[in-house]
Design a protein around this ligand. Structure first.
Ligand code: FES
Length: 340
């Protein structure tokens, strides 16, 4: 039988299914409790049991000393309810509430998604997890203080591996990834960073506009929205040059089949004859304007190269009545510290 948990002082209520920890259930239902390792080792998820009983699970003594347990504390990444609960814990309301950390990661898997796009799966040390909001990015830390930013393409609930999509721009790090990096290599990164995440307080329909690998953070946001049962209308416009640049084209097609509130519009600007493309052509943001000439009651999330993001911002706000505060973007500004 599911137990009910009430978080104080917010009075957020969620149900915990059989076998779930309090943290797992909270995340599934869209309430983000602070966490780190999800392993009973770091203490980040610690909070107070105000009412009810739990199975404490496997907690390391330094993360939850005996005296704290006696005083009513528990690690919510481990605790499983034995009755309805009232708890006090740190809820994450915005990116500023999530600590930014420096961590090592192992390159777990590499897969070419297109001739110039590489998928990287990064694995954190066994006792670590990275808490982030869907849409945020990390900085890979390179030699001589250089950094390269990459959005997480995987949603936060799927945090065993971090997924990144890298386009080969010919810079030093890109060349390293495409020519020399191999599975098992170790990287260091800092994150999570950025404020490109879905604003939850709104119920407005969402238009996502992705250019090329700008699909990565948008993929995370959409998968996160599906996971949490967000009922808002979600439309993805994914723009690329040729068919091969829509490097995961089948995935949004599948989402469209499986989710009634999701629609996918791929747009190619330089389709090749071999593509035999019969879909939309031209600039991706222009396709949005043709379909939705009045965007005044939508939220827009745009990610891609700076020219695309700037054009979308200019034209949507000037000609489609997108309110300034309903336009969110993340543009790939080349890192000044990573010369080609
Ligand atoms: S002890 Fe690290 S998240 Fe729970």
């Amino acid at each position: 039988m599911p137990f009910q948990v009430t978080i104080k002082p917010s009075n957020h209520v969620f149900a915990v299914r059989d076998g779930e920890t309090v943290l797992e259930a909270a995340l599934r239902e869209g309430f983000v409790i602070a966490y780190g390792c999800r392993n009973g080792a770091c203490g980040t998820c610690k909070g107070k049991l105000l009412e009810g009983r739990v199975d404490y699970g496997r907690c390391q003594e330094h993360a939850l000393p005996h005296a704290e347990r006696q005083a009513g504390m528990a690690l919510f990444c481990q605790a499983r309810p034995l009755s309805d609960l009232a708890i006090e814990c740190r809820e994450i309301g915005a990116a500023k509430d999530i600590p930014i950390r420096k961590l090592p990661a192992r390159v777990h898997r590499m897969r070419r998604l297109a001739p110039d796009v590489m998928l990287l799966h990064l694995k954190l040390p066994a006792s670590e997890r990275l808490q982030f909001l869907a849409g945020q990015y990390i900085d890979i830390l390179l030699k001589e203080g250089r950094r390269r930013s990459f959005s997480m393409a995987s949603p936060p609930h799927d945090d065993a591996l971090l997924e990144l999509h890298l386009r080969n721009y010919g810079g030093r790090f890109s060349r390293h990834v495409f020519d020399r990096m191999k599975e098992g290599d170790i990287l260091r990164f800092e994150g999570p960073l950025g404020t490109f995440f879905l604003r939850e307080e709104s119920g407005k329909p969402v238009v996502f506009v992705a250019g090329g690998t700008g699909f990565a953070p948008i993929k995370a946001m959409i998968e996160d929205a599906f996971h949490r049962g967000v009922a808002r209308e979600l439309t993805l416009y994914w723009g690329a040059r040729a068919r091969a640049d829509l490097y995961l084209h089948e995935l949004p097609q599948q989402w469209q089949r499986e989710h009634a509130n999701f629609r996918y519009v791929p747009v190619l600007s330089e389709a090749l004859p071999a593509d035999e493309w019969t879909g939309r052509s031209g600039l991706v943001h222009r396709a949005v304007m043709e379909d939705i000439p009045d965007l005044s009651s939508h939220q827009v999330y745009t990610c891609g190269n700076p020219a695309m993001v700037e054009a979308a911002h200019r034209d949507f706000t000037a000609r489609c009545r997108t309110p300034e505060d309903e336009f969110f973007s993340d543009s790939f500004t080349p890192a000044a510290t990573d010369p080609a």
